[in-house]
Design a protein around this ligand. Sequence first.
Ligand code: CMP
Length: 829
Amino acid sequence: MHDIVLTIFALTGLLALVSLLLPLADRLAIPYAVLLAAVGCAIGGVIALVGNTVGVGIVGDLVHALDGFNLTAEALLYIFLPVLLFETALNVDVQHLTEEIAPVLLLAVIGVLVSTMVVGIALWAAFGVTLVACLLLGAVVATTDPVAVVAIFRDIGAPRRLSMLVEGESLFNDAAAIALYALLLTMLTGEHPSSPLHAVVDFLRAFAGGLAAGYVAGLLVSRVSPVLRDHDLAETTLTIALAYLIFVISEHYLAVSGVVAVVTAGLVINHEGRRRLSPSSWKVLIRTWEQIGFWATSLIFLLAAMMVPGLLAEARLYQVAELAVLTIATFAARAITLYGLLPMLSGLGLAERVGRDHKLVILWGGMRGAVSLALALATTENTALAPEIRQFVGVLATGFVLFTLFVSAPTLRPLMRLLRLDQLSPAELALRDRVTALYLSTIGEDIDNVARQHGIAGAAVDNAASWYRGRAAAAALIAEENAQLPPESLLRSSIRILVEREQELYRQHFDARAMSRRALARLLSRTAQLRDAVKSGGIAEYRAAAAKVVGFPRDFRFDLALQRYVGIEWPLARAIADRFEAQLTARVVVDELRAFNADQLRRLFGDGPCKTVDATLATRLDLISQAIDALMLQYPGYASALQTQFLTLRAIRLEEEQYQRLRAESIVTSEVFNDLMRSLGHRRSAAEKRPRLDLGLKRADLVARVAIFAQIDARKRAKICRLLRAQLALPGEVILRKGERGDSMFFISSGAVEVRIEPRPVRLGTGDFVGELAMLDSRPRSADVVALGFCQLLRLSSRDFDRLMRADDSLREQIRSIADQRRDSAAAN
Ligand code: CMP
């Protein structure tokens, strides 16, 4: 048979096997990865035994095909690694990962270094093998593989944090171990005589370079994705291309770590893409990646395991002792990181403490898998290395991988059961009981009704309904329990749920296409702040954070500065439009939260917490309404345009639901349905384009609105106009600060300000001016002046002040006389 036909035969044969192994692993209740490894080893063994004796025919050809499946370690890594890493990065909870980044990086990067050192030195000291070779072996066995462990965790419902630590570790330690491996290899083969210092610098450079390359590429692709909008297949394809391209480009053209680049790119797509892609596209993308990831995991495990018999065939009996030392050293190294270094991190306040049981599971659950096997294989294939080193690394690394897969993995589950990590925490148990009691209590009656409807009676009804009836009794107990529990703990539980709900509601609004991605991003980052506040404190922190999030964030101030000092206006206009949209949605959502609180949270936690939460939400609503009012006052036209857009989108959504119903009930044919949806799609795209906000900072218009410029003749006014700069002040912004040196004055074209003077503040509005006293008297500012809402101002610098005073006599006199009055009133007080 032709080579390519044989390859296809072998590959698809393996895929067929894989599809059977997954349900088999379930049935046998062993981790899938372990079964794969076992079957792979078995296939490898059979081929080694009978490879030369079988003839032609289906079985013979399949054996030959698998035997001749000459996949080098390099090919194995290049084909599978980008997919495996990218897929894991795509599915990690990025927010959770950032919270745990310190322990994750410690386990991954420092852990790999410690492991390599300890293993290297132990073997070198015990058996006298070259140190660098021992270190190389250390690097090979330093990468953990999450596949087996995460499956076990998922199966027995392990705590989220534990999964995060293990998954995060394996995501980054491949990078660290492979980079280290490459370095040690160059030291061994002597291509570049490298000093330890060089080695460290190279390592850091490769790591940081990979980080930058992956970040830029990920960002680039996530920016391009919206252009491919509604072409799910194209979007998914682009991410697959990204995983491979960034790997190859980083490794071969940029000489930085491809592994780090892939992981980073995956994380960026995870974080950015989720916001930029439509929810349905994101689902398609994740599903496709899940499939590809499954193929990659299965095949790399099988193929790598198939090579195990070959590697072990060279093993010598004395190597059992080496393997024992290797195993002890690896666990010791992990213990040093977990019990020595990790507590230091918590001591420094960089990480939450990791519990004793968690540490034990992480220690025992550090499985090694396909990457270690592939690296071991790569070592044995490397002809530049001495044969005894190749044999040493190949045999021991393989032996150790098998040990973790066949000894640690099967015993991990019992260990976790022993530590009771498969059980819910007391708080979670309490919530579970509450939920089942409160929400299932009416199901008993529902079953009675269904039974009656279908003419079922007797024991069948009682059998089916008895547990639910018991819930009703439990519900009554909850009320008593509420009365006994400390109110703060109930309140805390309510706000925890509340912030989660808020996030969910924003997503729903976005899914219903009722707001833009930019507004969603803004609102989600605000909810993240609220959630952090709840975590670190209670309701008080939540209130403080709620007041803070209606303020203007840092990037907003940046856009403002761009307008003021550089004269670039559009980022500010966009930021204000975003704010408008976000606040309008926030108002709707906080309203919904109040209803949710009155309905669900009251049911769960009782009246007391419900009242407190409601009062807090009412305050939030006030703050948001104030912010919206300020915007409406300044930009009424834009507010109405946004409201029109909101209603139009809602109408289109309703229209879509109608069409879907008509189609589901076969009232319209699929052709008619598609036609209707196409036209709806066009209208929706048009409606989704947010109206542009005009900041209204045209100088001439603003000048025309200031009374004292009105009487001046047109030519002079044009001259004066050139001296002035238009700018926007934010609600609450301190425009002038008492005691500061004055370098400008302001004319108010629209809006209102408050001059904070004793005994009573003075309000000034459109047509007035402030800041003239410091100019005239060359003295510090006499009072604070604060914007009451958005204000359009015309700024006149002190340099141009004299020119203005010279430009027109009556203007000068008017300014002087108002200034005199103000001085007099100050003196009178
Ligand atoms: P300046 O002293 O530069 O900064 C504070 C400004 O507040 C001041 O200029 C005036 O423009 C304004 N101001 C001070 N006192 C009064 C007042 N009594 N009535 C109105 N505006 C005032």
